[in-house]
Design a protein around this ligand. Structure first.
Ligand code: NAD
Length: 431
Protein backbone atom coordinates (compact mmCIF):
# COMPACT_ATOMS: atom_id res chain seq x y z
CA UNK A 1 0.00 0.00 0.00
CA UNK A 2 1.31 3.47 -0.77
CA UNK A 3 1.44 5.95 2.08
CA UNK A 4 -1.10 8.23 0.35
CA UNK A 5 -3.99 5.87 1.01
CA UNK A 6 -3.05 4.78 4.55
CA UNK A 7 -5.20 7.56 6.05
CA UNK A 8 -8.19 6.69 3.83
CA UNK A 9 -7.78 3.08 4.91
CA UNK A 10 -7.72 4.11 8.59
CA UNK A 11 -10.91 6.17 8.12
CA UNK A 12 -12.58 3.27 6.32
CA UNK A 13 -11.86 1.01 9.30
CA UNK A 14 -13.31 3.55 11.77
CA UNK A 15 -16.47 3.92 9.63
CA UNK A 16 -16.93 0.15 9.35
CA UNK A 17 -16.24 -0.64 12.99
CA UNK A 18 -18.30 2.24 14.38
CA UNK A 19 -21.28 1.04 12.36
CA UNK A 20 -20.86 -2.40 14.00
CA UNK A 21 -20.61 -0.77 17.44
CA UNK A 22 -23.67 1.48 16.86
CA UNK A 23 -21.70 4.64 17.59
CA UNK A 24 -23.62 7.92 17.02
CA UNK A 25 -23.02 9.52 13.64
CA UNK A 26 -21.87 12.82 15.22
CA UNK A 27 -19.10 11.00 17.04
CA UNK A 28 -18.00 9.23 13.86
CA UNK A 29 -18.04 12.59 12.06
CA UNK A 30 -15.80 14.09 14.75
CA UNK A 31 -13.20 11.43 13.94
CA UNK A 32 -13.20 11.94 10.17
CA UNK A 33 -10.58 14.70 10.19
CA UNK A 34 -7.78 15.84 12.50
CA UNK A 35 -8.28 18.71 14.92
CA UNK A 36 -5.12 20.44 13.74
CA UNK A 37 -2.16 19.79 11.50
CA UNK A 38 1.13 21.67 11.28
CA UNK A 39 3.44 21.16 8.32
CA UNK A 40 6.76 22.97 8.51
CA UNK A 41 9.94 23.36 6.55
CA UNK A 42 12.91 22.58 8.81
CA UNK A 43 16.19 24.24 7.80
CA UNK A 44 19.22 22.26 8.94
CA UNK A 45 22.86 23.32 8.61
CA UNK A 46 24.69 20.26 7.31
CA UNK A 47 28.26 19.37 8.30
CA UNK A 48 29.58 20.55 4.91
CA UNK A 49 28.19 24.05 5.52
CA UNK A 50 25.18 23.77 3.20
CA UNK A 51 21.56 24.12 4.36
CA UNK A 52 18.98 21.41 3.66
CA UNK A 53 15.24 21.77 4.15
CA UNK A 54 13.30 18.82 5.57
CA UNK A 55 9.52 18.59 5.81
CA UNK A 56 8.19 18.04 9.33
CA UNK A 57 4.63 17.30 10.44
CA UNK A 58 2.67 17.27 13.67
CA UNK A 59 -0.96 16.18 13.72
CA UNK A 60 -3.18 16.58 16.80
CA UNK A 61 -6.06 14.31 15.90
CA UNK A 62 -8.63 14.44 18.69
CA UNK A 63 -8.36 15.80 22.23
CA UNK A 64 -11.77 15.08 23.70
CA UNK A 65 -10.16 12.82 26.34
CA UNK A 66 -7.17 15.04 27.19
CA UNK A 67 -3.96 16.50 25.77
CA UNK A 68 -2.85 14.66 22.65
CA UNK A 69 -0.07 12.08 22.77
CA UNK A 70 1.98 10.52 19.99
CA UNK A 71 5.46 9.71 18.74
CA UNK A 72 7.76 11.40 16.25
CA UNK A 73 8.99 9.30 13.32
CA UNK A 74 12.07 9.95 11.18
CA UNK A 75 11.67 8.02 7.93
CA UNK A 76 11.76 8.68 4.16
CA UNK A 77 8.14 7.45 3.88
CA UNK A 78 6.75 10.05 6.32
CA UNK A 79 3.88 11.99 4.73
CA UNK A 80 0.84 13.96 5.83
CA UNK A 81 -1.38 10.92 5.22
CA UNK A 82 0.84 8.63 7.28
CA UNK A 83 1.06 11.08 10.20
CA UNK A 84 -2.73 11.54 10.18
CA UNK A 85 -3.37 7.78 10.15
CA UNK A 86 -0.92 7.22 13.00
CA UNK A 87 -2.53 10.08 14.99
CA UNK A 88 -5.99 8.58 14.50
CA UNK A 89 -4.75 5.19 15.74
CA UNK A 90 -3.22 6.92 18.80
CA UNK A 91 -6.65 8.42 19.54
CA UNK A 92 -8.22 4.95 19.53
CA UNK A 93 -5.35 3.44 21.54
CA UNK A 94 -5.36 6.02 24.35
CA UNK A 95 -9.15 5.72 24.63
CA UNK A 96 -8.97 1.92 24.74
CA UNK A 97 -6.37 1.95 27.53
CA UNK A 98 -8.36 4.50 29.54
CA UNK A 99 -5.52 7.07 29.48
CA UNK A 100 -6.40 10.76 29.93
CA UNK A 101 -5.03 11.54 26.46
CA UNK A 102 -6.16 12.15 22.92
CA UNK A 103 -4.08 11.07 19.94
CA UNK A 104 -1.40 12.76 17.85
CA UNK A 105 1.66 11.92 15.80
CA UNK A 106 4.59 13.68 14.18
CA UNK A 107 7.33 12.94 11.75
CA UNK A 108 10.06 14.21 9.48
CA UNK A 109 10.54 13.05 5.93
CA UNK A 110 14.23 12.12 6.16
CA UNK A 111 16.58 9.15 5.81
CA UNK A 112 18.16 9.45 9.28
CA UNK A 113 20.86 6.90 8.47
CA UNK A 114 22.39 9.47 6.08
CA UNK A 115 22.77 12.14 8.79
CA UNK A 116 25.74 12.58 11.11
CA UNK A 117 25.00 12.70 14.86
CA UNK A 118 25.36 16.50 14.84
CA UNK A 119 23.04 16.87 11.83
CA UNK A 120 20.51 14.65 13.63
CA UNK A 121 20.70 16.87 16.70
CA UNK A 122 20.20 20.03 14.61
CA UNK A 123 17.24 18.44 12.83
CA UNK A 124 15.62 17.43 16.15
CA UNK A 125 16.04 20.94 17.55
CA UNK A 126 14.69 22.46 14.30
CA UNK A 127 11.62 20.21 14.63
CA UNK A 128 10.90 21.56 18.12
CA UNK A 129 11.51 25.18 17.08
CA UNK A 130 8.84 24.72 14.41
CA UNK A 131 6.42 22.92 16.74
CA UNK A 132 7.02 24.79 20.02
CA UNK A 133 3.64 26.55 20.01
CA UNK A 134 1.82 23.38 18.93
CA UNK A 135 3.11 21.04 21.68
CA UNK A 136 3.24 21.34 25.48
CA UNK A 137 2.63 19.23 28.60
CA UNK A 138 -1.09 20.15 28.62
CA UNK A 139 -1.50 20.34 24.86
CA UNK A 140 0.42 17.69 22.95
CA UNK A 141 3.20 15.44 24.21
CA UNK A 142 5.62 13.78 21.73
CA UNK A 143 7.53 10.49 22.28
CA UNK A 144 9.86 8.19 20.29
CA UNK A 145 8.76 6.17 17.27
CA UNK A 146 10.54 4.62 14.28
CA UNK A 147 14.20 5.81 14.07
CA UNK A 148 13.88 8.21 17.01
CA UNK A 149 15.09 7.35 20.52
CA UNK A 150 15.67 8.57 24.08
CA UNK A 151 18.65 10.77 23.14
CA UNK A 152 16.56 12.56 20.50
CA UNK A 153 13.77 13.08 23.05
CA UNK A 154 16.36 14.63 25.39
CA UNK A 155 17.46 17.11 22.68
CA UNK A 156 13.85 17.97 21.95
CA UNK A 157 13.05 18.61 25.63
CA UNK A 158 16.16 20.76 25.95
CA UNK A 159 15.20 22.87 22.91
CA UNK A 160 11.63 23.32 24.17
CA UNK A 161 12.90 24.44 27.58
CA UNK A 162 15.35 26.87 25.98
CA UNK A 163 12.52 28.44 23.94
CA UNK A 164 10.08 28.64 26.87
CA UNK A 165 12.76 29.53 29.46
CA UNK A 166 11.31 27.10 31.98
CA UNK A 167 11.93 23.46 32.96
CA UNK A 168 9.16 21.27 31.52
CA UNK A 169 10.18 17.59 31.47
CA UNK A 170 6.54 16.54 30.95
CA UNK A 171 6.58 18.10 27.46
CA UNK A 172 7.99 14.88 26.03
CA UNK A 173 8.26 11.23 27.08
CA UNK A 174 10.72 8.46 26.34
CA UNK A 175 13.57 10.68 27.61
CA UNK A 176 16.90 9.41 28.98
CA UNK A 177 16.49 8.42 32.67
CA UNK A 178 18.86 11.17 34.01
CA UNK A 179 16.77 13.78 32.16
CA UNK A 180 13.47 12.70 33.73
CA UNK A 181 12.71 9.55 31.74
CA UNK A 182 10.82 6.68 33.34
CA UNK A 183 12.38 3.38 34.26
CA UNK A 184 10.87 0.69 32.04
CA UNK A 185 9.92 3.02 29.16
CA UNK A 186 12.48 1.50 26.77
CA UNK A 187 11.04 -2.01 27.16
CA UNK A 188 7.40 -0.93 27.54
CA UNK A 189 6.09 -1.55 24.02
CA UNK A 190 7.67 -5.00 23.83
CA UNK A 191 6.57 -5.87 27.36
CA UNK A 192 3.01 -4.73 26.67
CA UNK A 193 2.86 -6.95 23.58
CA UNK A 194 4.34 -9.83 25.59
CA UNK A 195 1.62 -9.39 28.26
CA UNK A 196 -1.05 -9.62 25.53
CA UNK A 197 0.50 -12.83 24.19
CA UNK A 198 0.68 -14.24 27.71
CA UNK A 199 -3.03 -13.61 28.21
CA UNK A 200 -3.90 -15.00 24.81
CA UNK A 201 -1.83 -18.11 25.57
CA UNK A 202 -3.74 -18.60 28.83
CA UNK A 203 -7.09 -18.26 27.02
CA UNK A 204 -6.07 -20.67 24.29
CA UNK A 205 -4.21 -23.13 26.53
CA UNK A 206 -0.95 -22.74 24.58
CA UNK A 207 2.30 -24.24 25.82
CA UNK A 208 5.00 -21.71 24.82
CA UNK A 209 7.78 -24.30 24.63
CA UNK A 210 8.50 -24.95 21.00
CA UNK A 211 5.96 -22.50 19.59
CA UNK A 212 7.53 -20.94 16.50
CA UNK A 213 7.57 -17.17 16.07
CA UNK A 214 8.57 -14.87 13.17
CA UNK A 215 9.19 -11.17 13.85
CA UNK A 216 9.43 -8.52 11.13
CA UNK A 217 11.64 -5.66 12.27
CA UNK A 218 14.34 -5.62 14.91
CA UNK A 219 14.06 -2.25 16.61
CA UNK A 220 13.08 -1.22 20.11
CA UNK A 221 9.69 -2.95 20.21
CA UNK A 222 10.80 -6.19 18.49
CA UNK A 223 13.95 -6.57 20.55
CA UNK A 224 12.25 -6.45 23.95
CA UNK A 225 9.30 -8.58 22.85
CA UNK A 226 11.60 -11.18 21.27
CA UNK A 227 13.72 -11.34 24.43
CA UNK A 228 10.69 -11.83 26.70
CA UNK A 229 9.14 -14.47 24.43
CA UNK A 230 12.42 -16.37 24.24
CA UNK A 231 12.68 -16.33 28.05
CA UNK A 232 9.28 -18.06 28.20
CA UNK A 233 10.35 -20.81 25.80
CA UNK A 234 9.00 -19.49 22.48
CA UNK A 235 11.34 -20.19 19.55
CA UNK A 236 12.09 -17.08 17.44
CA UNK A 237 12.80 -18.80 14.12
CA UNK A 238 12.88 -15.69 11.92
CA UNK A 239 13.63 -12.01 12.36
CA UNK A 240 14.43 -9.17 9.96
CA UNK A 241 15.36 -5.53 9.53
CA UNK A 242 14.90 -3.12 6.62
CA UNK A 243 17.50 -4.99 4.54
CA UNK A 244 16.12 -8.53 4.99
CA UNK A 245 15.89 -11.36 7.46
CA UNK A 246 17.39 -14.58 8.80
CA UNK A 247 15.77 -17.95 9.50
CA UNK A 248 16.87 -20.82 11.72
CA UNK A 249 14.66 -23.76 12.70
CA UNK A 250 16.47 -24.06 16.05
CA UNK A 251 15.60 -20.44 16.93
CA UNK A 252 17.74 -17.40 17.72
CA UNK A 253 19.17 -15.97 20.91
CA UNK A 254 17.73 -12.46 20.76
CA UNK A 255 20.26 -10.76 23.06
CA UNK A 256 23.15 -12.14 20.96
CA UNK A 257 21.58 -10.83 17.74
CA UNK A 258 20.93 -7.48 19.39
CA UNK A 259 24.48 -7.10 20.72
CA UNK A 260 25.84 -7.96 17.26
CA UNK A 261 23.46 -5.50 15.56
CA UNK A 262 24.54 -2.69 17.91
CA UNK A 263 28.21 -3.46 17.24
CA UNK A 264 28.13 -4.08 13.46
CA UNK A 265 24.78 -2.47 12.42
CA UNK A 266 24.06 -5.80 10.69
CA UNK A 267 21.57 -8.64 11.27
CA UNK A 268 23.94 -11.58 11.79
CA UNK A 269 22.87 -15.02 12.99
CA UNK A 270 25.18 -15.34 15.98
CA UNK A 271 25.14 -16.88 19.42
CA UNK A 272 27.33 -15.05 21.93
CA UNK A 273 28.75 -16.00 25.29
CA UNK A 274 30.19 -12.90 26.96
CA UNK A 275 31.91 -11.12 24.07
CA UNK A 276 32.70 -14.26 22.06
CA UNK A 277 30.20 -14.79 19.24
CA UNK A 278 29.92 -17.64 16.78
CA UNK A 279 27.79 -17.92 13.67
CA UNK A 280 24.86 -20.34 13.90
CA UNK A 281 23.28 -22.30 11.07
CA UNK A 282 20.71 -20.19 9.27
CA UNK A 283 19.48 -19.07 5.89
CA UNK A 284 18.81 -15.56 4.66
CA UNK A 285 15.23 -14.65 3.76
CA UNK A 286 13.49 -11.59 2.39
CA UNK A 287 10.88 -9.64 4.36
CA UNK A 288 8.19 -11.07 2.04
CA UNK A 289 9.36 -14.62 2.76
CA UNK A 290 9.31 -13.92 6.49
CA UNK A 291 5.69 -12.78 6.35
CA UNK A 292 4.72 -15.96 4.48
CA UNK A 293 6.34 -18.41 6.96
CA UNK A 294 4.19 -21.16 8.42
CA UNK A 295 4.70 -20.15 12.07
CA UNK A 296 2.49 -20.16 15.18
CA UNK A 297 2.87 -16.42 15.74
CA UNK A 298 3.61 -13.81 13.10
CA UNK A 299 4.65 -10.45 14.56
CA UNK A 300 4.95 -7.48 12.20
CA UNK A 301 7.00 -4.96 14.22
CA UNK A 302 8.29 -2.52 11.58
CA UNK A 303 6.03 -0.36 9.41
CA UNK A 304 2.38 -0.10 8.34
CA UNK A 305 0.80 -1.65 5.23
CA UNK A 306 2.97 -4.79 4.96
CA UNK A 307 0.07 -7.26 4.63
CA UNK A 308 -2.10 -6.14 1.74
CA UNK A 309 -4.55 -7.56 -0.79
CA UNK A 310 -1.49 -8.35 -2.95
CA UNK A 311 0.24 -10.72 -0.49
CA UNK A 312 -2.53 -11.82 1.88
CA UNK A 313 -2.93 -15.19 0.14
CA UNK A 314 0.68 -16.03 1.02
CA UNK A 315 0.15 -15.54 4.78
CA UNK A 316 0.10 -18.90 6.59
CA UNK A 317 0.35 -17.96 10.30
CA UNK A 318 -2.78 -18.63 12.35
CA UNK A 319 -2.20 -15.79 14.82
CA UNK A 320 -0.84 -12.31 14.11
CA UNK A 321 0.26 -9.87 16.80
CA UNK A 322 0.36 -6.32 15.42
CA UNK A 323 3.27 -4.66 17.18
CA UNK A 324 3.75 -2.19 14.32
CA UNK A 325 1.00 0.35 13.82
CA UNK A 326 -1.31 -0.53 10.94
CA UNK A 327 0.60 -3.48 9.40
CA UNK A 328 -2.57 -5.08 7.94
CA UNK A 329 -4.64 -3.26 5.32
CA UNK A 330 -8.42 -3.33 5.93
CA UNK A 331 -9.23 -5.42 2.83
CA UNK A 332 -6.49 -7.93 3.65
CA UNK A 333 -7.90 -8.28 7.16
CA UNK A 334 -11.28 -9.32 5.78
CA UNK A 335 -9.54 -12.18 3.94
CA UNK A 336 -7.58 -13.22 7.02
CA UNK A 337 -10.66 -13.16 9.25
CA UNK A 338 -12.57 -15.31 6.75
CA UNK A 339 -9.73 -17.82 7.01
CA UNK A 340 -10.00 -17.85 10.83
CA UNK A 341 -6.70 -16.06 11.48
CA UNK A 342 -6.82 -14.28 14.82
CA UNK A 343 -5.27 -10.84 15.06
CA UNK A 344 -4.33 -8.98 18.22
CA UNK A 345 -4.75 -5.40 16.93
CA UNK A 346 -2.09 -2.69 17.13
CA UNK A 347 -4.21 -0.43 19.34
CA UNK A 348 -3.97 -3.11 22.03
CA UNK A 349 -0.77 -5.04 21.24
CA UNK A 350 1.57 -2.03 21.14
CA UNK A 351 -0.20 0.09 23.78
CA UNK A 352 2.46 -0.62 26.45
CA UNK A 353 4.59 2.21 25.04
CA UNK A 354 2.05 4.98 25.44
CA UNK A 355 0.96 3.57 28.80
CA UNK A 356 4.44 3.92 30.29
CA UNK A 357 4.75 7.30 28.51
CA UNK A 358 1.67 8.27 30.52
CA UNK A 359 3.42 7.04 33.68
CA UNK A 360 6.48 9.14 32.76
CA UNK A 361 4.26 12.23 32.32
CA UNK A 362 2.63 11.58 35.73
CA UNK A 363 6.04 11.14 37.40
CA UNK A 364 7.37 14.36 35.80
CA UNK A 365 4.33 16.34 36.88
CA UNK A 366 4.41 15.08 40.45
CA UNK A 367 8.21 15.24 40.68
CA UNK A 368 8.23 11.76 42.21
CA UNK A 369 9.88 8.94 40.23
CA UNK A 370 8.63 5.35 40.48
CA UNK A 371 10.68 2.17 40.83
CA UNK A 372 10.98 -0.26 37.93
CA UNK A 373 8.80 -2.71 39.86
CA UNK A 374 6.05 -0.09 40.24
CA UNK A 375 6.17 0.72 36.53
CA UNK A 376 6.01 -2.96 35.52
CA UNK A 377 3.24 -3.76 37.99
CA UNK A 378 1.07 -0.83 36.84
CA UNK A 379 1.75 -1.59 33.17
CA UNK A 380 0.59 -5.14 33.80
CA UNK A 381 -2.63 -3.86 35.40
CA UNK A 382 -3.42 -1.56 32.47
CA UNK A 383 -2.61 -4.16 29.82
CA UNK A 384 -4.48 -6.96 31.60
CA UNK A 385 -7.59 -4.85 32.05
CA UNK A 386 -7.58 -3.66 28.46
CA UNK A 387 -6.97 -7.16 27.08
CA UNK A 388 -9.69 -8.67 29.26
CA UNK A 389 -12.21 -5.96 28.29
CA UNK A 390 -11.49 -6.52 24.61
CA UNK A 391 -11.67 -10.29 24.99
CA UNK A 392 -15.02 -10.14 26.84
CA UNK A 393 -16.59 -7.84 24.22
CA UNK A 394 -15.28 -10.05 21.41
CA UNK A 395 -16.69 -13.19 23.05
CA UNK A 396 -20.04 -11.61 23.97
CA UNK A 397 -20.67 -10.14 20.49
CA UNK A 398 -18.83 -12.83 18.47
CA UNK A 399 -16.65 -10.20 16.82
CA UNK A 400 -12.93 -9.88 16.14
CA UNK A 401 -10.51 -8.55 18.73
CA UNK A 402 -10.05 -5.43 16.56
CA UNK A 403 -13.80 -4.79 16.38
CA UNK A 404 -14.00 -5.26 20.14
CA UNK A 405 -11.06 -2.93 20.76
CA UNK A 406 -12.56 -0.22 18.52
CA UNK A 407 -15.97 -0.70 20.16
CA UNK A 408 -14.51 -0.13 23.64
CA UNK A 409 -12.45 2.87 22.51
CA UNK A 410 -15.22 4.49 20.47
CA UNK A 411 -17.67 4.11 23.33
CA UNK A 412 -15.29 5.98 25.62
CA UNK A 413 -14.84 8.76 23.04
CA UNK A 414 -18.59 8.79 22.48
CA UNK A 415 -19.36 9.19 26.20
CA UNK A 416 -17.02 12.19 26.39
CA UNK A 417 -18.34 13.74 23.18
CA UNK A 418 -22.00 13.34 24.08
CA UNK A 419 -21.40 14.69 27.61
CA UNK A 420 -21.28 18.10 25.91
CA UNK A 421 -24.79 17.49 24.54
CA UNK A 422 -26.11 15.64 21.52
CA UNK A 423 -28.27 16.73 18.60
CA UNK A 424 -31.20 15.14 20.41
CA UNK A 425 -30.54 17.19 23.54
CA UNK A 426 -30.32 20.51 21.72
CA UNK A 427 -33.21 19.92 19.34
CA UNK A 428 -35.63 18.55 21.96
CA UNK A 429 -34.77 21.07 24.62
CA UNK A 430 -34.24 18.10 26.96
CA UNK A 431 -33.48 19.82 30.27
P1 NAD B 1 12.75 1.29 15.66
O1 NAD B 1 13.16 2.47 14.89
O2 NAD B 1 13.40 1.01 16.96
O3 NAD B 1 12.86 -0.03 14.75
C1 NAD B 1 12.28 -0.13 13.48
C2 NAD B 1 12.68 -1.47 12.90
O4 NAD B 1 11.98 -1.66 11.68
C3 NAD B 1 14.17 -1.57 12.58
O5 NAD B 1 14.63 -2.84 12.92
C4 NAD B 1 14.19 -1.40 11.05
O6 NAD B 1 15.30 -2.06 10.47
C5 NAD B 1 12.89 -2.08 10.69
N1 NAD B 1 12.42 -1.68 9.36
C6 NAD B 1 12.35 -0.43 8.85
N2 NAD B 1 11.87 -0.50 7.60
C7 NAD B 1 11.60 -1.80 7.34
C8 NAD B 1 11.11 -2.51 6.23
N3 NAD B 1 10.76 -1.85 5.11
N4 NAD B 1 10.99 -3.86 6.33
C9 NAD B 1 11.34 -4.50 7.45
N5 NAD B 1 11.83 -3.89 8.54
C10 NAD B 1 11.96 -2.56 8.48
O7 NAD B 1 11.16 1.42 15.81
P2 NAD B 1 10.20 0.85 16.96
O8 NAD B 1 10.08 1.90 17.96
O9 NAD B 1 10.62 -0.52 17.35
O10 NAD B 1 8.83 0.80 16.15
C11 NAD B 1 8.44 -0.32 15.36
C12 NAD B 1 6.94 -0.27 15.16
O11 NAD B 1 6.31 -0.28 16.45
C13 NAD B 1 6.42 0.98 14.46
O12 NAD B 1 5.30 0.65 13.65
C14 NAD B 1 6.00 1.86 15.59
O13 NAD B 1 5.02 2.81 15.20
C15 NAD B 1 5.44 0.83 16.54
N6 NAD B 1 5.37 1.30 17.93
C16 NAD B 1 6.49 1.68 18.60
C17 NAD B 1 6.35 2.13 19.90
C18 NAD B 1 7.54 2.53 20.74
O14 NAD B 1 7.35 2.87 21.91
N7 NAD B 1 8.75 2.49 20.23
C19 NAD B 1 5.10 2.20 20.52
C20 NAD B 1 3.98 1.79 19.80
C21 NAD B 1 4.13 1.34 18.50
Amino acid sequence: MTTTDVFEDALKRVRQLSANASIEQEVVESLMQPKALLKASLPVRMDDGSTRYFTGYRCRYNDILGPTKGGVRYHPQVSQAEVQALALWMTIKCALLGLPFGGSKGGVNVQPKELSPMELERLSRAYVRAMADFIGPDVDIPAPDVYTNARIMGWMMDEYEAIKRVRVPAVITGKPIPLGGSLGRDEATGRGAYLCIRQLAAKRGWQPEGMRVAIQGFGNAAHHLGRLLQQQGYRIVAISDSKGGIFSEQGFDIDSLWAEKQASRKMRAVYCEQSVCQLIEHREISNDELLALDVDLLIPAALEGVITAANVDSIRAKTIIEVANGPIETDAEVVLEARGVSIVPDVLANAGGVTVSYFEWVQNRSGYPWTLEQVRERLEQYMQQAFERVWQVAEADSISLRSAAYTSALQRISQATTAHGTREYFSNGDK
